[in-house]
Design a protein around this ligand. Structure first.
Ligand SMILES: Cc1cc2nc3c(=O)[nH]c(=O)nc-3n(C[C@H](O)[C@H](O)[C@H](O)COP(=O)(O)O)c2cc1C
Length: 229
């Protein structure tokens, strides 16, 4: 499965088979985590065979079942931490999908179990991602139209439209999709510029959502076609 196919196949999965990750799958994830932690200056950790984080009252509220493995999304406190957690975390989510694993970003419905993760000086946990063998593959959700989240028009280049479509398939907290993409006027001899914006939400998580959506946009649009404004 390619990353583009993974964008279409991915849905949040909250019911898992209760089977811990195989060593081979865990190793593949671990390699990817090390690469992304370096690139994103993050401290993402894979916690294996630890069911308690998703057994508490919060998790029951979120209807989680059979979660054995998960990612702790941590990093040093910074203004752009949520943006990087979203952008790099979604790379793990889509990679996981390509090797047959299901996922669900979790902002609230988990319990931090002391002794399972490590936090160095100044580091904070911003989210968890449940990961494993899905008992279901999830369902397709209602998504906004491209004209509601971008300045796409009949004259827009095809790559821009494909980027926005891919962003609309990204997970966002409570499916809020509080983001927009604006294709700016191109200056002579320069690559087109795209402005990604987050919009107000009482729920929050809009910076993490935008980081996630930007990774989808890049995959849909092709990274060589534009630069971020
Ligand atoms: C930052 C973030 C936080 C989320 N937090 C939770 C959560 O606490 N509990 C939960 O069940 N789902 C959570 N979700 C999953 C969203 O509800 C889900 O992505 C959204 O409804 C769209 O569905 P889809 O991922 O299947 O496309 C979260 C998603 C994101 C991106």
């Amino acid at each position: 499965m390619t990353l583009q196919e993974a964008i279409l196949a991915r849905h949040s999965v909250r019911a898992y088979k209760g089977q811990p990750l195989t060593d081979a799958d865990a190793r593949a994830l671990q390699d990817k985590i090390e690469q992304l932690n370096r690139e994103g200056q993050l401290h993402i950790q894979l916690i294996r065979n630890e069911p308690k984080a998703f057994l508490g009252p919060f998790a029951r509220y979120g209807k989680f079942r059979g979660v054995t493995d998960y990612l702790v999304m941590a990093g040093v406190k910074a203004d752009d931490l949520d943006d990087r957690i979203g952008y790099y975390g979604e790379q793990l989510v889509l990679f996981a999908q390509t090797i047959g694993l299901s996922t669900c970003w979790v902002g609230l419905s988990y319990t931090k179990i002391p002794g399972t993760y490590v936090l160095n000086d100044g580091e904070v946990i911003q989210a968890y991602i449940a990961i494993g063998y899905g008992a279901t593959q999830g369902v397709t959700h209602k998504i906004k139209r491209i004209d509601q989240v971008s300045n796409v028009s009949d004259d827009s280049p095809e790559w821009f439209r494909r980027g926005v479509e891919a962003a609309l398939l990204a997970p966002t907290a409570i499916n809020q999709q509080k983001f927009s993409f604006e294709l700016l006027p191109t200056e002579d001899g320069q690559l087109p510029r795209v402005l990604a914006k987050r919009h107000f939400s009482l729920v929050g998580y809009t910076q993490m959502d935008l980081g996630i959506a930007k990774y989808h946009f890049e995959l849909g649009a092709g990274k060589d076609n534009f630069v971020w404004a």
